[in-house]
Write a protein that binds this ligand. Structure first.
Ligand code: MF3
Ligand code: CO
Length: 251
């Protein structure tokens, strides 16, 4: 069942989203060669608690950390660890913020120091794919329009879209219906309605879209060892078009 949200509920989710977005902007300032993802994870937990918010991922189905920190060939659900990030790495920091019981979810891939032109291209295309998907999140469009707009852009640039993980509805729970696929066909799937709140979070691989899961039972990485990036926003479907609740602009 898809839970439609009232204007009031969307506002409350946006409050959580603003804290999340400003936290990403702070991460951007501190990320550099030498810092560990463990440091970033504790920074996030402290930052959220300063604003009266909590990291929803911590303890979710036994997940042990406030953030997911996925470097280079890790696609998602990477564990923060103490090894310092190196110049040229890319790292995706993903978090779900709970403020007064309302959630927001956003992931961002960061360049550590100076990255290769190929990695720059990957980050650019993945971010563009997210915004192309968001542009399709309009009343009357269908989920397939979102997936298709993402897939066609990514594949035209020579990259691949991960199939094993999807966006999702979100509200007071992290994962609600519907599943939001990042691939698909125009005019297929359920119709988008006012009050739906979803995430769009394409994971884009340089090589094959296939993944394998680490022994920790969580971390997904590419089977060919090539890099993967991800950008994610939480957004509401409104009569004025998509409203990005985790927008890092206009904070
Ligand atoms: N925030 C991610 C998502 O889009 C991943 C959550 S998995 C967790 O669903 F267990 F770590 F919380
Ligand atoms: Co998500």
């Amino acid at each position: 069942m898809i839970i439609l949200k009232s204007a009031r509920e969307i506002k409350l989710m946006q409050e959580a989203g603003k804290i999340l977005a400003s936290c990403h902007k702070e991460i951007k300032k501190i990320i550099r060669p030498g810092i560990s993802t463990q440091k970033i994870d504790s920074f996030v937990e402290n930052y959220l608690s300063k604003w009266g918010a909590t990291p929803e991922q911590k303890g979710y189905q036994g997940y042990p950390y406030a953030t997911c920190a996925s470097t280079n060939d890790e696609i998602c659900h990477g564990f923060p660890h103490s090894t310092p990030l190196k110049d040229g790495d890319i790292v995706t920091i993903d978090m779900v913020v709970n403020l007064n019981g309302f959630l927001a979810d956003s992931a961002w891939t960061y360049a550590v120091g100076t990255i290769s032109d190929d990695s720059k291209h990957l980050l650019k295309v993945t971010e563009e794919a997210l915004y192309r998907g968001i542009a399709q999140a309009q009343i009357g469009n269908r989920l397939g329009d979102i997936g298709h707009s993402i897939q066609s852009h990514v594949e035209a640039e020579g990259f691949s879209v991960v199939r094993d993980f999807t966006g999702h509805g979100i509200g007071k729970k992290m994962h609600e219906e519907p599943a939001v696929l990042h691939y698909g066909k125009p005019n297929k799937g359920i119709a988008l309605k006012e009050g739906m709140v979803i995430t769009i979070e394409p994971m884009v691989n340089v090589g094959s879209w296939h993944c394998k899961i680490d022994k920790n039972g969580w971390t997904a990485r590419t089977i060919d060892g090539k890099r993967s990036a991800q950008y994610e926003h939480t957004l509401a479907i409104t009569s004025n078009g998509p409203l990005i609740l985790t927008d890092q602009e206009n904070l």
